[in-house]
Ligand binder design. Sequence first.
Ligand SMILES: NC(=O)c1ccc[n+]([C@@H]2O[C@H](COP(=O)([O-])OP(=O)(O)OC[C@H]3O[C@@H](n4cnc5c(N)ncnc54)[C@H](OP(=O)(O)O)[C@@H]3O)[C@@H](O)[C@H]2O)c1
Length: 290
Amino acid sequence: MMNVAITGSGGFIGSHLVKRLKMFGHRVAPLQHYLFTQDGVDCLTQALVGCHAVINLAGAPINRRWTDAYKKELVESRVMTTRKLVEAVNRLHEPPEVMISASAVGYYGPSSGCHGEQDAPEADSFLAELCVAWEKEAGLVNGSVRLVLTRFGVVLSPDGGALPEMMRPARFGVMASAGNPDHLFSWVALEDLVDALVFIMGREGISGPVNITAPERTSNREFYRAAAEHFHTRLSIHIPDAVLRLLMGEASQVITGGRCALPETLMREGFQFQYPDILTFFNKAFSVSS
Ligand SMILES: NC(=O)c1ccc[n+]([C@@H]2O[C@H](COP(=O)([O-])OP(=O)(O)OC[C@H]3O[C@@H](n4cnc5c(N)ncnc54)[C@H](OP(=O)(O)O)[C@@H]3O)[C@@H](O)[C@H]2O)c1
């Protein structure tokens, strides 16, 4: 049994992770928002006493229009939270064994292949700069703490996140696709992501950057085809990049960017994906939720 402290515990991923950890018999300490808005880190340090693991998921939602002010919030909600968390961890006489800090495949640039964990970040991209700054802050944690920087693909679940919004037109028999059909799209099922976080927490040999993405290389075409088959849609429309950009501004690059990352470490360590490919995801995840 481990004591696990979590930032962002009330969010989409955090709330599912909390349930999973409790199911495995771990004790969870949610690190509430107010602990990070106070001057100093005394209360936060106190909240961390006795923790064996810290999981850092906090961050303002990415799927909003990125005005200059909101970009600042996206960065500060991650970088400042992580800075305070690290400061508090570094003050502990008995630091946790492991700190898992979230990041995203937005770290990597678009490419025709798939990125490995040692690949360099994308140049001149807001998303990559955000991930680099976020990871750099986590990297300042005391060297005795095993640090894992988990880069998530788009997290798919029928119960929340991006997918229900993306599939809304399917209710009316329409599949609305976006992005270059040939671009690869990195995703991971919520259950696999949560299980991977628990797996990483218990594996002493894992440290450094870890991609948490499904092992299958999925193109946008394959993703929308699997979705259309699953929902029996009769009509397909493609939303041009220019229209998405008009609707979402720069944030549209999350959908149109085409990033792919392989879960090299998880595969090497023998992690078993329940949803390794997109057809399995649609068949299994929706039958479980319905
Ligand atoms: N979902 C995805 O597809 C995906 C993909 C790649 C990376 N990620 C990253 O994974 C992390 C968790 O994602 P999620 O989907 O669970 O996000 P979420 O549902 O938006 O939850 C994020 C949590 O962050 C905290 N938060 C929100 N605004 C904040 C702010 N301004 N300052 C400090 N904390 C704030 C909240 O924690 P409290 O509940 O404690 O208030 C919130 O519950 C995020 O950092 C996200 O960028 C997610």
